[in-house]
Design a protein around this ligand. Sequence first.
Ligand code: C2O
Ligand code: CU
Ligand code: CU
Length: 558
Amino acid sequence: MSDHRRPFQRARRWTSQAPQASAARRRRRPASPRLLNTARTRDAEFDLGDNYMHRREFLVASLATLASSTALAQTKMDMSNMDSMPGMDMSGHAGHDMGPMAKGAVALPEGEALRNLPLLASEASTPGLFKAKLTAEPTVARFAEELDTPILAYNGMSPGPLIEAYEGDRVEIAFANRIEGEQSTIHWHGMPVPADQDGNPMYPVAAGADRVYVFDLPEGSAGSYWYHPHPHGKTAEQVYRGLAGAFVVKAKTDPVPAEYGDTVLVFTDLRLAADGSMPENTMTDLMNGRVGDHVLVNGQKNPKLSVAMGAKRRFRLYNATNARYLKLAFDGAPMTIIGSDGGLLEAPVAAREILLSPAERLELVVSFEKSGPVTLYTLDYDRGWMGPGRPADAGLTLLTVDVSDNLAGPVPPIPERLRPIAQLGNPTASRRLVLTETMTMTATDRQMGFLINGKAFDMGRIDIVSKAGQTELWEIVNQADMDHPFHLHGTQFQVIEHERGGKVTKSPYLAWKDTVNVARGETVRLLLRQERPGQRMYHCHLLEHEQLGMMGVVDVRA
Ligand code: C2O
Ligand code: CU
Ligand code: CU
């Protein structure tokens, strides 16, 4: 019992370290007076909370009128010079252009046994009720030897505790926001919860305040969901500082053999400065989304998992990074996709490699047929990168599986049918959402905006009015220079087709999704139906883009 509460990252409370750490960060900034001035302004913006947001909204809104391809091209040309420009802190993180273990990057221990994420225990004894507490608060983690890293954690852990509940359960989670000076919320990513229980930015929980989230898990909702903060203007930062966790809804009867186990693998992305602190976002991070120096699995770098020869294992893969695309393969073990964001597919699909864009999840069965080490590693994927410092994505080992010579016991085959998925019918409304980027630069300021239909997010504006229970066709058109993972709250959708350069590719199988990558120059068409009334967000899940405006509100009316 006390084991469950044991902080995952050997965390302890901190109060005094925080100001020291940020004072140290400030001291290390370059000593040019112009740079110092800019640095101070940026720190002040981060500290001001509401004022910062208002200023940012104003700036981003003013961008919408300045969008032109000339301005964009100009900006991109200037990006090669960014090091010499005031306010462009391109030197804040070492070695991005040289990959994750470049000089200056802090080394992390590898090869520890993979930890299972600690389960969030239900306090309820009534069957069908899942009741628990989640507290978001600062703590200190130890990622690298002798380096303290101030992080944010749920119940002292990052990733947060694994929540497991069953279809049909009522969930009651009391949330305590103990992040000093910052609003927060808990958003139940992908889950069919009422709009006012979904942790939208319209329902902030003030610093020091509490609230209870209550929702029911409908039949058929089994799937791999997750939870993370969604406060206005602070989502990206709170997530990269450590706030994210997995929420697995289990089916009462699961067609996947229990012999496969059920292992959750949450990928996060960590960047550490030499003193162990997490550097703030730079201009490069804001443009491209923050990519770290180390991809972690359940908080560990390249952990080890031991299995018997011939075993099959079920894995739930979560991309909980702010902005890192993960193109993955197991070296020497065949993969079969059995589920997507919103639960099982109709039938298993063999895969040689998979692309998991930020916020996406996949369920896999992996067959370990030969003894010896098998690695889960990354392949190259070009998602469009602005300016210098494109991270070297290929060749990272995320997990090492040691397949022993001992034979596994009897292993049942993967079932041929998993569950039926009803095709969403003919749409009665259609929407077109065009994603664009804008950049402006003046002698004193550089601003960028990420827009949907030419507009930056405004919490007071309703962008789309929908009718509950009505099937709609959404067409997401990416006219920007980067891929954007598109996410919608409140329901799961079905991707019908991708179109690029006039070529239409139909989805090869039906799947429930809440996040889909829309590649540069691509149009993705999806069918969806919202069942519950209320305001829902849709946005790019590169969280820095969400922060810079690539988000809208759909009001679902009864
Ligand atoms: Cu995973 Cu609106 O978020
Ligand atoms: Cu979401
Ligand atoms: Cu984006």
